[in-house]
Write a protein that binds this ligand. Sequence first.
Ligand code: TYD
Length: 215
Amino acid sequence: MSEKNKGRFIVFEGIDGSGKSTQIKKISKRLAGFGYNVYSTFEPTDGPIGSLIRQMLSGKLATDQRTIASLFAADRTDHLVNQENGIGLKVHQGEIVLCDRYYFSSYAYHAQHIDMKWVIHANSLNADILRPDVTIFIDVDPDLCFERIKSSRNNFDMYEKIDVMKKVRANYFQAFDTLKDLEKIIIIDGNTTMERVEDRIFNEVKKIIKGDSKI
Ligand code: TYD
């Protein structure tokens, strides 16, 4: 398959409340308007391993951080290779895959508890299977993210949550630096209106899709 007709794998990353899912919906609509086949997906998945992970994240199932980091890597492998709706299949079929979180989420979140090198190693098979054409990080000040999510959730410790967000953001930047020679990473300033962020993201997505005449 020529490069021109191949699909694309575009990953969105950011801390909680950074607006990833809203932006994915908007970008997906815009691309569909140009006639592209767009497939939006997310991690943890809604498959069997992802469901197990969600039960652990909610506290319904007790776990430990190494187990959960390993499960995220396994969920990701299934997300890539499963023959029903795997990302590999979609890209091969020429679709533009927009994915809400991928392995950089693992590097940023799990490095709070375990060595980042280990997490990168645990995901090396996934990186070998499919590296994103681009990872778009929507960078939003943790204080602003906290303000955004405060209204939709109740009853969590404000300082603890902000501290976690700051740590996760710092881990993202550490991972970007570690992997800068292997990965294409675009950082978008998300501390502005959703419309401006959308335009900035769309410009980057266009560059990735260029070579195709639709845009
Ligand atoms: P997500 O569904 O994006 O959060 P939300 O419920 O706010 O929409 O992700 C759920 C959580 O999973 C999020 O806090 C980040 C975490 N996570 C990891 O810890 N490791 C990973 O590899 C991924 C993909 C997510």
